[in-house]
Write a protein that binds this ligand. Structure first.
Ligand code: SAM
Length: 685
């Protein structure tokens, strides 16, 4: 976070670091409307959008968020109610929440927009000194804030492996309008560099527009060199000129000429046959647990018709059926793939469930989660996490005394505390997610076979409904039935495993009465909840049994669960065991879920066979994926945490919209990674 802001005589922020103003001293809001909105023709373009369409604005330099909020206001005034705005912005030196609030007080007419933005910013701003992607959503407005250097942040939106001269990621069409706003070029040349302009070009498509307050010659030349047609027009206020224009990739410019001789470089993560689905499409989701219901929710919000199909008589009957689940996240001090996915998932989940907790106070509580440093290794990991995320509002390290105060019970260990987490009843969450009139639930229906119909480009689902033969066609299918996903011919190869977990219900105990948060160590415990007969109990758990598929309750597992609890809370002596529940987690070999288009294994094995000789070689091919067949499985014991992000990734992809996280995170959960790894490993055998 930046501490180098001072406030001028009119209460406007000035960067001491760059010795420049965030917006025109004369009138920042009018400047934003004139420079960025008018010269990108936003009003007309927003008015032309129809329901289900979307528009992408890209910005360099989020600063106080003024441009974003003004754009949101313009959108509200002009765009169709069921269209969606994606605003992707970058910020290397984010303002603190207090600085942002102070800056935005200058614009009372934007309060309806700045209030929710600020609320989110205060809970989510993550400043760990390295790149982070933050995501804010309010109705049809999506903000992706790339905290870090603009060039790097925007390049990551092209996907991990895509060279900068490549096309924008195949499943979203690129930015429609750029706001180039990064302090004066003389004071901050990094924001106007040639590599940055190349990245802007890579994320643009034909006739993407841009506007900027500056008319600097170097900026003009860089933009022209990268394929933008540039016009000089009168600037705002005292500024004589500014630049605007559009991306015309065929224009006669230096970089384009060089590029013409270069072939586009493809990568296996790119889907060969992708085309966004029309809003009238009908999508089947197989599995009515958290993964299926979050996918349904995100798709229904976009206006798709969704059928959630399950063999049971109700929602959340299997792995997602425990009465209490904890929103639990495993952050990481390093920037590995798992840590990045966990961070993105946590930030999204804590926002999403905030609404649930408000609406369902008896089916969960936003009462925080303590992750105890219960052994030397975890203690050291917790300390590293606290150092990395020390300034972030969503996690802090508590010493044993503070942890005890937070828990209401004496604890001997320090702990990470996640104030925006808590416990939820997953069945109630699933019900809440599937309320939309766009969602239909087909119970007692088991899907046995998926056939692609070439003539109509649809999927025919075949199976049983109420023990009768059943068949129905859909435009797309999301497989979200956890450990049973391997049952289809197309997904037989999945490397997922089922891991048995048993929880134990213990009776109300006076010792546990003061417990007012959720405690996680080897096991976990939450405050009291009630069963369907209103009898109070605590759920504790969960055992971890590999290669055990027994659905009956085991006394040994109950004893193990109690032993884990007593290690943390020895004051709990002999609680009465009321019962328990057995479920099966579905996990993957790298603990990341499998989310996204389902690869065609035969095509992959032949197209990328070359990796078995040389894993580093360039195989210039897109991956072949089953058309509009998606996977959302392997969330392990983190279903509550992972599935909001996973569902949103799937829905954004089906609609052809930019992802709710970085493209690198999307690539990290691509199911095809396991086919590629298998090919690569075959080499060493
Ligand atoms: N658009 C902003 C608004 O509406 O308030 C004002 C932007 S201000 C003129 C420029 C912003 O760019 C500053 O917040 C600054 O920290 C940020 N910035 C400067 N260099 C950057 C870089 N290399 N990458 C990302 N952001 C950068």
């Amino acid at each position: 976070m930046t501490d180098s802001v001072h406030w001028d005589e009119n209460g406007q922020p000035v960067s001491m670091h760059f010795d420049d103003v965030y917006f025109s001293k004369a009138d920042g809001l009018q400047e934003s409307r004139y420079v960025f909105q008018q010269h990108n023709q936003l009003e007309q373009r927003f008015r032309q959008l129809t329901a289900g369409e979307h528009f992408v604005v890209g910005e360099t330099g989020f600063g106080t968020g003024l441009n974003f909020l003004a754009c949101w206001q313009q959108w509200d005034q002009c765009a169709a109610t069921a269209a969606r705005l994606h605003y992707i912005s970058t910020e290397k030196h984010p303002l603190s929440p207090e600085q942002l609030a102070r800056s935005l007080q200058l614009w009372p007419e934007l309060n309806r927009y700045s209030d929710p933005l600020l609320r989110w910013y205060k809970r989510s701003l993550c400043d760990r000194g390295s790149a982070v992607t933050l995501y804010f959503k309010r109705n049809n407005i999506h903000l992706t804030l790339l905290v870090g250097d603009a060039t790097q942040g925007l390049a990551a939106q092209l996907g991990e492996h895509h060279p900068q001269q490549g096309k924008p990621v195949a499943y979203w069409h690129g930015v429609d309008a750029w706001f180039l706003d990064g302090f004066a070029p003389a004071k901050n040349p990094d924001m106007w560099s040639l590599p940055l302009c190349k990245t802007l070009a890579a994320l643009s498509r034909k006739h993407t527009t841009f506007a900027t307050f500056t008319a600097a010659g170097q900026v003009k030349r860089h933009l022209q060199d990268c394929g933008f047609e540039v016009k000089k027009v009168p600037g705002f206020g005292k500024k004589r000129d500014m630049l605007c224009g559009k991306f015309t990739p065929t224009s006669n410019n230096k970089n384009e000429n060089k590029k013409a001789n270069k072939k586009t470089v493809f990568h296996w993560t790119q889907v060969d046959n992708f085309q966004a689905l029309a809003q009238t499409s009908h999508i089947a989701i197989i599995g009515a647990g958290l993964a299926g219901c979050h996918s349904a929710y995100a798709l229904a919000k976009k206006g798709f018709k969704v059928s959630v199909i399950d063999r049971h008589c109700r929602l959340a009957n299997e792995g997602s059926g425990n009465p209490q689940g904890i929103l639990y996240s495993k952050l990481s001090a390093d920037q590995g793939k798992l840590g990045e996915f966990n961070l993105a998932a946590l930030l999204l989940a804590q926002e999403m469930y905030r609404d649930f907790w408000q609406a369902h106070p008896y089916s969960g509580q936003n009462n925080g989660v303590l992750q105890l440093g219960h052994d030397e290794k975890i203690l050291s990991i917790n300390q590293q996490i606290a150092q990395t995320f020390g300034n972030s509002p969503f996690v802090r390290l508590l010493n044993p005394q503070q942890a005890s105060e937070q828990a209401g019970l004496a604890l001997n260990q320090s702990a990470l505390f996640f104030p925006f987490c808590g416990w939820l009843n997953p069945t109630a969450v699933c019900r809440w997610l599937t309320q939309s009139p766009n969602i239909k639930l087909l119970t007692h229906t088991s899907v046995e076979k998926l056939d692609f119909l070439k003539s109509s480009e649809q999927w025919s689902l075949n199976g049983q409904q109420h023990s009768q033969q059943w068949q129905q066609t859909f435009d797309a299918v999301v497989i979200a039935n956890a450990g049973d996903a391997q049952q289809f011919e197309q997904s037989l190869w999945l490397p997922t495993k089922k891991i048995r977990g048993q929880i134990t219900y213990i009776a109300k105990d006076p010792v546990l009465k003061p417990l007012n948060t959720n405690i996680c160590a080897r096991g976990y415990i939450s405050p009291l909840t009630q069963d369907e007969n209103r009898l109070p109990f605590h759920a504790i758990g969960a055992s971890f049994n590999l290669n055990n598929f027994n659905t009956a309750l085991s006394d040994q597992d109950h004893r193990d669960n109690l032993a884990h609890l007593q290690r943390v809370l020895p004051q709990v002596k002999h609680p009465a065991i009321l019962g328990g529940r057995v479920g099966f987690r579905c996990t993957s070999p790298d603990y990341l879920p499998l989310v996204g288009s389902l690869p065609d294994i035969r095509a992959f094995e032949s197209d990328f066979l070359g990796f078995s000789h040389n894993a580093k070689q360039l195989i210039n091919k897109q991956g072949q994926y089953h058309r509009h067949l998606y996977l959302n499985v392997a969330h392990g014991s983190k279903g509550l945490n992972y599935t909001p992000l996973a569902g949103a990734i799937i829905a954004h992809r089906i609609a052809g919209e930019p992802p709710p996280c970085s493209q690198t995170v999307v690539d990290s959960v691509n199911p095809a990674r396991f086919i590629i790894r298998r090919i690569v490993r075959a080499k060493t055998k």
